[in-house]
Write a protein that binds this ligand. Sequence first.
Ligand code: FUL
Length: 745
Amino acid sequence: MKTILSYFTLALLIVSCSNSNGNGLLMPTSSTIKIDADDTKDSIIVKAAHVVPTKNQYEALKNEFIAFIHFGPNTFTRMEWGSGFEDPKIFDLKNLDTDQWCKAMKAANMEMVILTVKHHDGFVLWQSRYTEHGIMSTGFQDGKGDILKELSASCEKYGLKLGVYLSPADLFQIENKDGLYGNLSTYSDRVIPRRVDGRPFKNKTTFTFNVDDYNEYFLNQLFELLTEYGPIHEVWFDGAHPKRKGGQKYNYLAWKELISALAPEAVVFGKQDIRWCGNEAGATRDTEWNVIPYQSNPLEMNSFADITGEDIGSREKLYDAKYLHYQQAETNTSIREGWFYRDDTSQKVRSVDDVFDMYERSVGGNTTFLLNIPPNREGKFSPEDVRVLNEVGQRINETYSTNLFADASGLKNVLDDDVNTFELLNSDIKEIIIETKKPVTINRLVIQEAIATHSERVEEHAVDAWIDNTWKELVSATNIGYKRILRFPETTSNKFRIRVLESRLNPAISNITAYYYKTRPPQLSITRTIDGQVSIQPKKHDFGWKPHGEDSAGNLNTELEIRYTTDGSEPTKDSKLFNGSFLATSGDIKAVAFSKDQKGSVVSKKLGILKSDWKIIKVDSWSSDHKSELAIDENPNTYWRSGEKGSPHFLELDLGQAYTLKAFAYTPQKENGNGMIEKGVIKVSNDGKTWKAFESFEFGNLINDPVMRTHQFQSAITTRYIRIESQVIAGGKKTAAIAELDFFE
Ligand code: FUL
């Protein structure tokens, strides 16, 4: 089907179109275009090629790299999801240093920060007039502190934009007896903001909405946030709900009216402007279209479903649409394991390699990169997080400051590094040839389309270099949109060619720039077999390209060495050389690759007790081939899954000998959102027959973030027999699943 509407065909169409003015547009552009009953497949694609971002969406895309801050009671309880029952006093903040946050974010090249002013627990980080459940009821600055206010001042000082995350789910309002959430109140006209004696607003605007108690509460809070903290550039509405009550509905259209009036520069996440990328791990799609098919008009919709599929905007998907709508993705993930700070010892921090790789894939994959940095209980970013942010910033600057096509000749509008000028491809210009004065060595190419005026149109493209008197293909990819960063082994030439192979109408290319990324030693990964043999190897990337040139001979120094320690200390050039797997029954392995003059990122793995002597005593059930042994086979890709019937689901283990255990780790399966053990209990036994409850555990947000979770026991326990029992499965599901269980001494 694609070929019937290649841009060459359409170029002819444009030429023969009497009212064509040569700007490549066949109809007015808009961020939402309706599909009519008589539209054909071809005319739907023409419409798709005219869907452009709004001004605010385009500005948001240009931010590229932005920060998220998860901070609240969970920082102190070490939970991912709170309960709403927390005593505000547990938010025991003594110091707060929002300048330190902003300095580190700025150093990383971030443009905006979004703060969780209210997470699902309902605790507010600003001085709200409408609740006591928040910062006003803590000892922080004698209850007078306001975290959003301090952050807003720091943002101004450091030149960062500000956004707010206001969770619609609100456990405090669900759980407390006078709570407003789902209280079945009647809808009536309510004036926003509701007046509170002694706390007048400077902004005198008022609104009247026909809403219930919780929506009124929410609108009042939005009013405070959007009028008293300087310009707000993004409002973030999370879709997750640890609990619901009373069939509570959200009157988003009222919220939207208020936001458009009070924060005219803001984009809204989770609604019409910005969509979730579909995972919380920093994974990106190879093809990320921002022109999205809808069944009803997104500008009139109250609720938006998550879009998680792999293919969301291909031609085949668009053919079924009733509306085509521009809705960009944000790639969101955390620099730490989990959204909230837990500790500086066992909570892993992503490496510079990892963050830089995500930056290139997300910003260079037509999305915005939203990276969370959770402040610690001192009110600061931890030193390791600051180090990573600084180094990521340095790496971005070092790589992307010098455009190696700066003096090249070719089409002026694509070479001028100005996103406002572009070259419209047509049947005469099928490819773009770029010649540099002297040969250049490059391994990154950045291409941008003029999406603000011409939408995203390229569907397939390739890049060649002129080498030994012939064109050699360096790399190919699918769509481009706002920005595509192409990564390929380093290549030296003075002539390059960009070919557009498929597109929706004539694409308008605004920029092509080239860079050199200084190849570093590769990221490593550590694995262990059931017998305790530890291997350390370059990490496999689950996307097609090898960002650090691992697969290109000559790119990596052949004298690459892997050095490691087993006592948790930082490996140096003098540490043990890895030259084949070795036996390790316990310990904290740290490894790093060294090339001749460079050190790679340190990778670490805390080893649980050896599993070679473990036996399953009993399991309540299993389904199909997901046998219980798969929970203890040192392979996180295979898993035990119970049957649906019976409760509780459990697994009983004989560890082979008694150990003194201080913690355990649960690795959920990643295949789908089933079987996530949200709450459970660990039991112990003297004989493997009669069991006694030892400690309960709880892990939040497993469906969206299915990574290994560690639970530290309150006191160590010496036992040979151990049983894990599920009590609550996330999402109300009925089966329990375990990809891997680990116990730590
Ligand atoms: C999720 C929430 O449940 C997490 O706690 C976190 O806030 C993340 C950004 O969104 O859906």
